[in-house]
Design a protein around this ligand. Structure first.
Ligand code: ADP
Ligand code: MG
Length: 381
């Protein structure tokens, strides 16, 4: 796990002058009978920050979110909110806004009453409640729907109301668990844009956003925490994790990635500027995600859109055979099988078919001019 850019501090106490994180999770472990759903999980989310928990189904994302919300009891570890230990507090004492996948609106209540629910439970005065309901519905573009029942709304509208309900209590922390995954593609894209706007309207709120969808994580998160098998595998800023993934798993989960077998040319430290590796017949500059020794086997990560096609005999290319072309609208995805490292399949996204040979013909694949990241071997299921 690469935590080099994460500022670690004891949760809750805060170093002198630095405020405690809005959400502090330390050593959190959750078991269901014999299943460990979350193992020794650490995460801090700062005020105003959005962190996406990204991982495949069953990796423990919802379990982490539920433990923060107070919906389940961890078997070990702590949760703090603004430095206050809430591990043993019930959900309604935590003052958190929660939005889940399937809306979970009260079907027998009108929209306005759904949104007012948390305020009434907190005995907020009537006039103030009305004001906040209007404000929250306004934030999600649903101000004219207050008198409808949930069944009279589309899925996207219901999810907007669920977000308004979570926001009405003006929570310092907002938890969203796959809020878009029940919607069809168009609605999902609309609501994603809406969430981006909302994020800008809530500069002080800490957001933990659970998703298995890399598009949502890339669009919304300041940092992404990648999960697998109940554990945090990698965490970094969104941009860095995409451009410089530290593991095969993160590289292939956060976007398409070619994983090319490589051998390290000489000892190098993590981030070394002069590191090189052998890939097939080539020796190329690489960006090592961690320290390697000479001759270590490693994996070179190259995103399909960074590769280009060349003549098979051109200098500095990996030679192979074109085995597939797929039109994807904006680009064509070419599949090539390399001569060396023998049998390695690479995918290459190109804007035009100009210069692309016929299927079965020899082709050259050129790596990007920028050094590709070099990661340890293994880790993709
Ligand atoms: P995710 O949200 O990443 O899909 P979850 O946190 O829901 O994953 O689940 C993590 C693991 O815990 C899975 O193996 C899942 O089957 C298991 N699990 C989740 N909830 C329960 C439960 N109530 N009882 C037993 N096992 C559960
Ligand atoms: Mg889940």
């Amino acid at each position: 796990m690469d935590t080099s850019v994460v500022i670690e501090r004891p949760t809750g106490s805060g170093v002198a002058g630095a405020p405690p994180p809005a959400i502090g999770i330390t050593g959190l472990t959750v078991t269901y009978g014999k299943v460990t759903a979350l193992a020794d999980f650490d995460l801090q989310v700062a005020r105003g920050e959005t962190v996406a928990l990204l991982g495949p189904s069953g990796s423990g994302k919802s379990t982490a979110l539920k433990a923060v919300a107070g919906f389940l009891r961890p078997s070990a570890g702590r949760v703090t909110l603004d430095g206050r230990d809430v591990t043993h507090e019930p959900p309604n004492k935590r003052g958190i806004g929660v939005v889940v996948q399937n809306y979970a609106l009260f079907p027998h209540m009108r929209v306005a009453d759904n949104v007012a629910f948390g305020l009434r439970a907190r005995r907020v005065p009537r006039a103030e409640t009305a004001r906040r309901v209007t404000e929250a519905l306004d934030m999600v573009g649903m101000e004219t729907y207050g008198r409808r029942y949930p069944r009279e709304l589309s899925g996207g509208q219901q999810q907007r109301v669920a977000i308004a309900r979570a926001l009405a209590i003006r929570p310092p922390v907002l938890l969203l668990d796959e809020p878009l995954s029940a919607l069809d593609a168009t609605l999902r894209s609309d609501l994603l844009g809406e969430l981006q706007r909302l994020r800008a309207d809530l500069p002080d709120v800490a957001i933990l956003y659970v998703t298995h969808d890399q598009t949502e994580a890339l669009a919304l998160a300041d940092r992404i925490a990648v999960m697998r098998d109940a554990r945090l595998v990698d965490i970094d800023t969104t941009d860095r994790l995409y451009r410089r993934p530290p593991s095969e798993f993160t590289a292939s989960f956060l976007g398409a990635a070619n994983l090319l077998p490589a051998r390290v040319a000489g000892p190098c430290a993590a981030d070394a500027a002069d590191a090189r590796a052998h890939v097939g017949p080539l020796t190329v500059p690489v960006d090592p995600a961690r320290a390697f020794r000479a001759d270590d086997l490693a994996t070179l990560v190259a995103r399909p859109h960074t590769l280009t096609i060349a003549e098979p005999e051109a200098p500095g290319v990996l030679r192979g055979v074109l085995t597939g072309t797929q039109w994807r609208g904006a680009t064509y995805r070419l599949t090539c099988v390399l001569d060396e490292p023998a049998g390695t399949e690479v995918r290459c996204d190109v804007a035009t078919m100009d210069g692309v040979p016929a299927l079965g013909a020899p082709v050259g694949v050129r790596l990007p001019a920028e050094p590709c990241v070099l990661v340890p071997v293994g880790g993709v299921a």
